[in-house]
Design a protein around this ligand. Structure first.
Ligand code: SF4
Length: 66
């Protein structure tokens, strides 16, 4: 699975990075940086927390490509 980020919705407040600091950070310009291209089951709890934390639904989890 992996994150998909809708950059047109993202407001850069960084709630996602607070919820999942090992998976997401904000750069010096306030842009979201996804730290892992592919997420494992071990990442799921943090990843789902990050998705829930986003107030504008800019972030979602997608299944890995078959
Ligand atoms: S919480 Fe949502 S809007 Fe805020 S930085 Fe993260 S993805 Fe962007």
């Amino acid at each position: 699975m992996h994150f998909e980020l809708d950059t047109t919705r993202c407001d850069g407040f960084g709630f996602c990075a607070d919820a999942a600091p090992t998976l997401i950070r904000l750069d010096d310009d306030g842009q979201v940086v996804l730290l892992k291209l592919e997420l494992t089951e071990a990442d799921r709890t943090q990843a789902e927390s990050a998705v829930r934390a986003c107030p504008v639904a800019a972030l979602r989890l997608c299944a890995a490509q078959p």
